[in-house]
Design a protein around this ligand. Structure first.
Ligand code: PAF
Length: 284
């Protein structure tokens, strides 16, 4: 067992399986990221800190979860600043793997993780190859880091649900923990992509979380009222969502009177934003 490093102590940086192995001790908690760390990630790391003796943050911008024409090249890469966030959060090991460590066959993997039906709806409908890339890279990270616990943000709710399903159904033995979404003062969910928003887009973007709040406020009047109230806020901001849906917590059909999830995705300018919230709509 290692004791948690003093906040601010520089984490060990590991780039290969061998370097990683030498740096790991005792129970391991993992926070997988693509870098460009913000306060939302800092909160994930803080929540994960007490869950294992060694806290690992992985930083890898995974090419296979971006389709051609998406923002892989533009995705922010801020490694030095990320190291500072990790140091401040008490991370022991930053795993920033080389390309060949993650993709020994050079992006020509023939064995990949099929996300199944849950990966084909919502985000999967908009980005048909996305979740195959996400689950494949997460399973590789689990194989390399061998964590006991891994923490994911609820902002990417479908991703969290799919990783949970993968860990359970493929018996990977990793406990998956979700961390509540961290928001800016005006409600905008924190995201590495928010930095792409212009000032006026930034104002419009806040309407996504406002729409979710309107849905929560209307919950007592039932599912139709939830969707109508959220839709009105989006309409008023001229946001045409890719989807606005009410589901059960596993992304199946919502059941009146039981906990549900309201999810929205929309493009603001050229930036695609996601958000979601829990609520319990009243009866029909
Ligand atoms: O949520 C993310 O940042 C990524 O999808 C993840 C889980 C690190 C896989 O690349």
């Amino acid at each position: 067992m290692t004791s948690a490093p003093a906040p601010g102590a520089t984490p060990t940086v590991a780039r290969t399986r061998e370097e990683l192995k030498a740096a790991l001790n005792g129970t391991v908690s993992l926070v997988p990221t693509m870098g460009a760390l913000h306060e939302g990630h800092a909160r994930l790391l803080e929540h994960a800190r007490p869950l294992g003796a060694t806290l690992v943050a992985s930083i890898f911008v995974n090419p296979t979860q971006f389709a051609p024409g998406e923002d892989f090249d533009a995705y922010p890469r801020t490694f030095e600043a990320d190291l500072e966030v990790c140091a401040e959060a008490g991370v022991d090991v930053v795993f920033a793997p080389t390309g060949p460590t993650m993709y020994p066959s050079g992006l020509r993997d023939t064995v990949t993780v099929d996300p199944g039906p849950l990966g084909a709806i919502l985000e999967g409908e908009m980005r048909p190859t996305h979740f195959r890339g996400v689950l494949t890279v997460v399973s590789k990270l689990f194989g390399l880091v061998r964590p006991d616990v891994a923490m994911f943000g609820e902002k990417d709710y479908q991703q969290l649900a799919l990783v949970r399903q993968m860990s359970r159904e493929l018996a990977l033995g990793v406990e998956i923990v979700g961390c509540p979404t961290v928001r800016e003062a005006d409600g905008l969910a924190m995201s590495s992509r928010n930095r792409f928003l212009s000032d006026s887009e930034r104002q419009t973007a806040a309407c996504l979380s406002a729409a979710l709040r309107a849905g929560v406020d209307a919950a007592g009047d039932g599912a139709a009222a939830v969707l109508a109230s959220a839709r009105t806020v989006l309409d008023d901001a001229s946001i045409v969502p890719d989807y606005l849906v009410l589901t059960d917590p596993e992304l199946g059909e919502a059941v009146p009177g039981e906990e549900a999830r309201l999810l929205v995705a929309a493009r603001v300018g050229t930036t695609r934003l996601l958000d979601n919230t829990a609520l319990t709509p009243g009866g029909p």
